[in-house]
Ligand binder design. Structure first.
Ligand SMILES: NC(=O)c1ccc[n+]([C@@H]2O[C@H](COP(=O)([O-])OP(=O)(O)OC[C@H]3O[C@@H](n4cnc5c(N)ncnc54)[C@H](O)[C@@H]3O)[C@@H](O)[C@H]2O)c1
Length: 375
């Protein structure tokens, strides 16, 4: 009998994989449950798990994803599972949720561990994607000391695990290490302009020390490291009460409330779609590139433009009274951010494929369906 996987052309199989992945988060009743009055009902899955690729033992890896139940982590888990690997998702569920990975629970290739990376853990793995860390200012500032502990001890423990198991280690770093940048757009060679004592320092400096730790382990103990500097990312499964601009605006627009812009709205941001980021992370992990790599979408918008786009997209064909309103600026909020992705293009052959508008349409559809389930 012919093998359906091997018969597909690369383009067809890429498209099919994307569609398969979309189904995982669009089946919201399975992942988020069905709301019935004051109850929530989770259907018992009687069907099959999503089909995963058949890998021969030479190519199949045991992959640890810390923070795997979070927004980016859960999409990464989906991709790695569909690629046929054995995946361990480790999370303390501070900002992540089991519902993001429900569709894999019980699958023979998948394991979910509740654990805090601040404590060491013994596992046998070939690769570690280290994402565990709250990413939104609201969450990382709610316990700044814990954020610093997660950034330092969490990274220290995972690098120790990588050293013992000789696993390759990828750090999810951030564009926040550039602080309020004096160089625009930001190349990896820019050392940044971070306020070390401000309210964002727990995260920005936490990630800077996580990078320093990674390169120290690489120099001193030959740990095989990769460092991704991630710029703003959005998509389905974003935590919608985390106060970040994309989820805030979409939620406010869907509920016909005014969109709140902090400051004059002239600050710029670039937003990448989560699937592009996940592709970049996997490419970086599987490459020989040990220097830090920016992953982001250079399409630049002011916050005001962005608010107007969302208002228009959500309000399409409907009466809306919502408008953009301005509130006082937030301390240390960077004014400009734009990735220079020359290195990602040259060294990884990576660049974003999903435009901001296209990604936004999918995200609005996801939030709308989740909101419908709530009512
Ligand atoms: N989303 C973005 O725009 C963005 C931008 C730059 C960098 N990043 C980085 O990517 C990673 C993932 O971000 P995200 O947007 O998915 O955030 P998220 O908050 O949705 O996910 C973080 C996950 O880590 C878990 N976690 C937090 N502290 C932990 C701990 N001590 N032990 C174990 N698990 C812990 C959370 O429960 C959550 O599941 C983070 O490291 C973040 O710094 C994200």
């Amino acid at each position: 009998m012919s093998d359906p996987i091997e018969n597909k052309s690369p383009q067809n199989s890429e498209h099919a994989a994307q569609q398969q992945q979309q189904q995982l988060y669009l089946r919201s009743s399975i992942t988020a449950g069905i709301r019935r009055n004051s109850s929530v009902v989770y259907p018992v899955s009687k069907g099959e798990y999503p089909p995963v690729k058949r890998l021969d033992p030479m190519h199949k890896k045991r992959i640890l994803v810390t923070g795997g139940a979070g927004f980016v982590g859960s999409h990464l888990v989906d991709s790695l599972m569909l690629l046929g690997h054995d995946v361990i998702c480790l999370d303390n569920f501070f900002t992540g949720s089991k519902t993001n990975v429900t569709h894999w629970i019980g699958h023979p290739h998948f394991e979910l561990i509740r654990h805090d990376v601040v404590d060491p853990i013994l596992l046998e793995v070939d690769q570690i994607y280290h994402l565990a860390c709250p990413a939104s200012p609201r969450h990382y500032q709610s316990n700044a000391v814990k954020t610093l502990k997660t950034s330092f001890f969490g990274t220290y423990n995972m690098l120790g695990l990588a050293k013992r198991t000789k696993a390759r280690f990828l750090l999810a770093s951030t564009s926040e290490i550039y602080g309020s940048p004096a160089v625009h757009p930001q190349p990896e060679s820019y050392w940044g302009n971070v306020n070390p004592i401000g309210p964002r320092a727990c995260y920005d400096e936490g990630k800077r020390v996580a990078e320093a730790l990674s390169y120290s382990y690489a120099r001193q103990d030959n740990v095989d490291i990769r460092v991704a500097r991630i710029f703003n990312c959005f998509g389905p499964r974003m935590n919608w009460n985390d106060g970040r601009v994309v989820s805030n605006f979409i939620l406010q627009a869907l509920e016909n409330k005014d969109l709140t812009v902090y400051g004059d709205g002239k600050a710029t941001r670039c937003f990448q779609y989560v699937q592009d980021l996940v592709d970049g992370l996997i490419r970086l992990m599987d490459s020989d590139v040990t220097e830090p790599i920016n992953l982001g979408n250079p399409e630049e918008y002011t916050i005001n433009e962005f608010a107007e786009i969302i208002l228009k997209m959500v309000g399409e064909g409907k009466e809306t009274t919502a408008k953009v309103v301005h509130l006082p600026a937030v301390e240390d909020d960077p004014q400009r951010r734009k990735p220079d992705i020359t290195k990602a293009k040259e060294l990884l052959g990576w660049e974003p494929k999903v435009s901001m508008l296209e990604g936004l349409r999918g995200t609005v559809a996801y939030f709308r369906s989740t909101l419908d389930d709530e009512h």
